[in-house]
Design a protein around this ligand. Structure first.
Ligand SMILES: Nc1ncnc2c1ncn2[C@@H]1O[C@H](COP(=O)(O)OP(=O)(O)O)[C@@H](O)[C@H]1O
Ligand SMILES: [Mg+2]
Length: 314
């Protein structure tokens, strides 16, 4: 296969995406012919060697690929933009199409859909740029975060009313809509769904993020290498079954394709959906490859399964 890989992206998850793309490229190079392109922070395309490419040149290169893996996280990529480009130029690609990407990127709309499916999310209030947080804030402590961002950028844990404004301002650095959410006191447990080439779904083992006592799973801990993943998570068979059922229903309701990771809080009494990632971190050490690895599917096979699913959709 001639496999196109796109990394980088004009967003705050640029670096994380470069790592995903590099990891995919170096592993997939054993079985495939790799065409590796990068989108810079300002949106300009380059080759992986850093040579500038005009957009039309990048499109011409992408059109020579059998299939493309847009390993882009966050806005201007995961939010449906990469899917839109690849759909428009008629190249098969890995992952969700425009609709699911856009919905998954929007933490507010995700809440509305989850609620319709009977899946709990943290009660929250939406604040738009120019508005002040209303009097009807959730009970403290709260988590303040951009509606669309990633890698914990702009996310604050706030336990006094006096700090809410500063946290809202910080979140507005990343988006023009901000969520003020009740802080959920629970363990963070993720589960992923892989769509096979025959359309069936394989649900991964659960993965618990060991927060080591931190309130918020912040950028530092996530990417500073101190987060510890426990696979499978230490949850009861009943909780596991409920997580699996929620993940399958969300995958289908959102119209996800290929792969998606669903992040939950597990409290003593219930499950609360935190967020949906339609292009989750994809280095060999990231959550999703670790989850499928634990069920006996090596990283290279996971990449090949995604390629097969993308080709079958063509
Ligand atoms: N409502 C909440 N209650 C408790 N912790 C939260 C809440 N929302 C976010 N967090 C913490 O902040 C982290 C980042 O928030 P998240 O919504 O996952 O944003 P991102 O898209 O940046 O990953 C989560 O992994 C979790 O640790
Ligand atoms: Mg998250």
């Amino acid at each position: 296969m001639r496999l196109g890989i796109i990394g980088g992206g004009a967003n705050s998850e640029h670096e994380v995406s470069l790592a995903s793309a590099d990891s995919i490229a170096s592993t997939a190079a054993a079985n495939h012919d790799i065409i590796h392109l990068t989108i810079g922070r300002a949106g300009h395309w380059t080759t992986d060697r850093g040579d500038a490419l005009a957009v039309d040149a990048a499109v011409r290169i992408l059109r020579t690929c059998d299939v493309v893996f847009p390993a882009l996280h966050g806005v201007n990529g995961e939010d449906g933009m990469a899917a839109a480009l690849l759909t428009a130029i008629g190249v098969p690609y890995i992952g969700s199409d425009i609709g699911a990407g856009a919905i998954g990127m929007d933490k507010w709309v995700t809440k509305l859909i989850a609620s319709e499916l009977g899946i709990a999310t943290a009660p929250g209030t939406l604040v738009r740029a120019g508005e002040r947080p209303t009097a009807t804030l959730p009970e403290l402590p709260v988590v303040v975060k951009p509606v669309a961002a990633g890698s914990s950028h702009g996310v604050s844990f706030v336990d006094s009313a006096a700090e809410v404004d500063a946290a809202v301002i910080a979140a507005f650095e990343h988006d023009d809509r901000v969520l003020i959410e009740e802080a959920v006191m629970g363990r963070e447990v993720d589960i992923a769904v892989l769509e096979r080439s025959d359309g069936s779904l394989t649900v991964s083992p659960t993965l618990e993020i060991d927060l080591g006592g931190d309130d918020v799973f912040g950028t530092e801990r996530k990417y500073g290498g101190t987060a510890r993943f426990v696979v499978p998570a230490n949850v009861s068979p009943a909780t596991r079954a409920e997580l699996e059922s929620c993940a399958r229903r969300l995958f289908r309701a959102l119209g996800c394709r290929g792969i998606a990771r669903f992040d939950f809080f597990v409290t003593d009494t219930r499950l609360v959906l935190n967020e949906v990632n339609t292009m989750p971190g994809f280095t060999a050490e990231s959550q999703v490859p670790r989850m499928f690895g634990a069920m006996g599917m090596p990283y290279a096979d996971l990449i090949d399964a995604l390629i097969e699913t993308a080709m079958a959709r063509r």
